[in-house]
Design a protein around this ligand. Structure first.
Ligand code: GLU
Length: 379
């Protein structure tokens, strides 16, 4: 009888040469505002064991805001205002880095710090630059410890949560897996806090409406900014990059070894990866507008065709030619994203119109599509 692989095997050093491990604020920082050092030592021991087996690991570490907030005695875990969060992050990050460096050095490992802003990964040139740095560090056997540069990022240009940052890092690092260590142990069919029939979902092949409906908004601890919605968004980005993503509990010592042993958690399967550029496109967070399309156009996109103006029913937002837009089906679910061939005004003028009418409306020879399939990625 064929046995299905153990869910955690996908993240084992033999199957996953490069891994990203994300650690949430509630795990890193205790109620008194101190790093949970004894626990973190067990995480670092797990990481060292994996490195010894040839796996390369990048860590995405939260906790700067939570740590700094306690030291500065700020209300609301430092998240009451942007100024507070920025000040807290500046104080917390230096303490956090210090701790990581000490613990990794104690295991004979080289810690490397990278602080990124959203723009570093959204802009293609800067993204390629970050990719080269990560690649070099990993191939040298160093352990990059990455966080958002919260002290300089403003609300409009923040990742805001390290779940999505971890997925973007996985993409940039060419990682095959992401493990989100969290204060929850995975995705449940319902909220386990108030529904005793809730069950842990062990594997998700596709994030559809049913899966999205299971996500519970907000973080239980109030320390981080993640929550299940951002974890699903991270899974979507990782999956499009061909990486598997696991949500596993960090509420135990040696959490990576424990996950490898019992596989408890939720694994979102990575899809077969498309071109590197499309992967980057799928992971970009800032879209400028939305094109709503009819069911016929959804079917055409799924067959790999371009989006023609005739299939568009509504255009939202202000975008220029070349900007990233979302493409949503008639039920509002986003089915694809891509670069618009027209600006929003022109797109509105030609939405729903057949190709032969376009020269007259536009006053020039029309382009092949509203969004060309070469610049589009299905989600
Ligand atoms: N970058 C934030 C910090 O270091 C954490 C973001 C999150 O909660 O995911 O505190």
């Amino acid at each position: 009888m064929a046995t299905s692989p153990h869910p955690a095997d996908r993240f084992a050093p033999s199957a996953c040469p490069r891994l990203v491990v994300k650690i949430g604020s509630a795990l890193l920082v205790d109620g008194e505002g101190h790093v949970r050092r004894a626990w973190l030592e067990t995480v670092v021991a797990d990481i060292a064991a994996r490195l010894a087996q040839g796996q390369r690991i990048a860590i995405v570490s939260s906790g700067a805001i939570a740590l700094g907030a306690k030291r500065l005695q700020l209300a609301g875990n430092g998240r009451a205002s942007l100024d507070d969060a920025q000040a807290a992050a500046a104080v917390g990050q230096i303490a956090l880095s210090h701790c990581w460096a000490e613990l990794l050095h104690a295991q004979g490992l080289s810690a490397a710090q990278i602080l990124v802003t959203l723009d570093d990964l959204e802009d293609r040139r800067r993204y390629l630059n970050a990719m080269a740095t990560l690649d070099r560090l990993l191939s040298l056997g160093a352990v990059p410890v990455i966080n958002e540069n919260d002290s300089v990022a403003t609300t409009e240009i923040r990742f805001g949560d390290n779940d999505r940052l971890a997925a973007r890092v996985a993409q940039a690092a060419g990682a095959h897996g992401v493990i989100l260590l969290s204060d929850v142990d995975g995705l449940y069919t319902a909220n386990p806090g108030n529904d005793p029939s809730a069950e842990l979902v062990s594997e998700v092949a596709r994030i559809d409406g049913r899966i999205l409906a299971m996500a519970d908004r907000g973080s239980a601890s109030g320390m981080g900014s993640g929550g299940m919605v951002s974890k699903l968004e991270a899974a979507r980005i990782a999956s499009a990059a061909g990486a598997h993503l696991a949500i596993a509990s960090g509420r135990r010592d040696h959490p990576l070894t424990a996950f490898a042993a019992d596989g408890r958690g939720t694994v979102f399967l990575g899809r077969r990866s498309s071109s590197a550029r499309k992967v980057w496109l799928a992971g970009r967070l800032a879209t400028r507008g939305r094109i709503v399309i009819d069911a016929g156009a959804v079917a055409a996109l799924e067959q790999g065709r371009s989006l023609l103006p005739a299939g568009a029913t509504d255009i939202d937002g202000r975008f220029a030619r070349g900007d990233l837009v979302e493409i949503a089906g008639p039920n509002g679910h986003v089915v694809a994203r891509g670069l618009a061939e027209y600006d929003a005004g022109e797109a509105r003028a030609i939405a729903g119109r057949r190709s032969e009418m376009l020269p007259e409306i536009l006053g020039y020879a029309p382009r092949a599509a509203l969004v060309h399939r070469d610049h589009m990625v299905l989600l």
